[in-house]
Design a protein around this ligand. Structure first.
Ligand code: DOR
Length: 425
């Protein structure tokens, strides 16, 4: 099978260039790149006027399988990923049972290979059952192919236990994906703690809930040498602490979710649980700090925290509904519309944050388009405005506050390992 993608604007996150080139793909890999390639292929795609970018790599997805498959399953989650331009995703361990054993790692990895072309990496939990008491079999999971640990959804509150787990991760060069939340400080909070949300009658989650654990985890990364990746940073002070940690040469990277740089708590006007996620939408000042952190390169990665829930769950009041919104099928549109179209970052910078940087953090040879590389790529249109429509989502989850929002940045086609995995028809 050969594939020729003609006349696209190829984005390179490393040289930070955009050049009009053809890409010839043979046997999973990019065989040739250049202007006006005169080659025969089984399938020819005209990408004139559109961008060709390295496939996106999402470090933060909830696939909900095993057992929470009424919210999402591996087939629908990976289909949503491909529709969003994601060719590699990292699945969080808060499933049922929790992904805390080699068996669950194997189950997800093998099932994903059966049902999808999307590359799936299953994360192992830090503690057994995510109960915060006893360390999971991290080395066993590593041997089963697990490359990262996380307690996403909460933090391990016992710092000594977390430090010991980080040391095991460091020994095996696994990444520690840190959800930073001091659970003793949450106090029933459901939205950000500020005058606007208390005016709406909801209990607040302060910035300190996140910030104290960001500080702690950076200190523990320093002591253990573990590679720490801070998940869904949402506060101004998180950005500042990441800046300081990087300045000190510590092995720290950080991600931000599209909803946190697109919206702030002022955007919540009533009791709509599609605005409820953890961490919450913060103040305008925090949102601006996140945008600045992205522009300055302090925040390395855009990750979705794709958190599908059922319509019934999210129809409840903000006080009762579970935290989380879907993100795989809106990430490109929000990133392009909010960051690139506004002139805050370039197309190449966006490619770095959606592809190259997360691939580097994972340690996989992805995120750049060059001869010899595996052909994981996405073709993107940026000139046609459209409205986000949850009825078109391939995810089971329709829980997003962005239904109907007018955006630019549409995935036309996703190619994984040289084969078309998604086509927007
Ligand atoms: O909003 C969230 N939802 N944040 C998390 O950390 C977990 C996630 C979920 O699993 O639903």
């Amino acid at each position: 099978m050969t594939l020729l993608i003609k006349n696209g604007i190829v984005v390179d996150p490393v040289s930070k260039t955009e050049t009009c080139q053809d890409i010839f793909i043979e046997n999973e890999r990019i065989a040739k790149m250049g202007e006006g390639l005169d080659l025969q292929a089984d399938q020819v795609i005209d990408a004139a006027g559109n961008y060709v970018m390295p496939g996106f790599v999402d470090l933060h997805v909830h696939l909900r399988d095993p057992c929470l498959t009424y919210k999402e399953d591996i087939a629908t989650g990976t289909a949503a990923a491909a529709a969003g331009g994601f060719t590699t995703i990292v699945a969080m361990p808060n499933t049922k049972p929790v992904s805390d054993s080699p068996e669950v790692i194997q189950y997800v990895t093998e099932k994903a290979k059966e049902v999808s072309r999307v590359n799936v990496y299953q994360v192992g939990s830090v503690t057994v059952g995510m109960a915060g008491q006893e360390m999971s079999d991290i080395e066993g999971m590593y041997e089963a192919g697990c490359i990262a640990i996380s307690e996403d959804g909460k933090s391990v509150m016992n710092a000594q236990l977390y430090k010991e787990a980080m040391a095991v991760a460091a020994k095996n060069d696994m990444i520690v994906l840190a959800h930073c939340e001091d659970i003793n400080m949450v106090n029933g909070g459901v939205l950000n703690a500020d005058a606007h949300t208390s005016g709406l009658g909801f209990k607040g989650i302060t910035n300190a809930v996140e910030d104290v654990i960001v500080a702690r985890d950076i200190v523990l990364a320093k002591e253990t040498g573990a590679r720490l990746h801070l998940c869904h940073c949402s506060t101004k002070d998180s950005v500042e602490m990441v800046r300081l940690a990087k300045e000190a040469g510590l092995p720290v990277s950080a991600e931000v979710c599209p909803h946190h740089f697109t919206s702030c708590s002022e955007d919540i006007t009533g009791d709509d649980a599609n605005f409820k996620m953890n961490p919450p939408l913060r103040t305008r000042e925090d949102m601006e700090a996140l945008r600045e952190g992205l522009a300055k390169g302090i925040l390395d990665v855009i990750a979705t925290d794709h958190a599908p829930h059922s319509a019934e769950e999210k129809a409840q009041s903000i006080t009762k509904a579970p935290f989380g919104i879907v993100g795989l099928e809106t990430a490109l549109a929000l990133s392009y519309s909010e960051l690139v179209k506004t002139g805050l970052i370039s197309m190449a910078d966006m490619a770095a944050k959606l592809s190259y940087n997360p691939a580097k953090i994972l340690g996989i040879d992805r995120g750049v388009l060059a001869e010899g590389k595996v052909a994981d790529l996405v073709i993107v249109n940026t000139t046609e405005e459209y409205a986000i429509d949850v009825d078109k989502f391939l995810s089971k989850g329709k829980n997003t506050p962005y239904h109907g929002r007018k955006v630019y940045g549409k995935v036309l086609m996703t190619v994984i390992g040289g084969e078309v995995a998604y086509e927007n028809k």
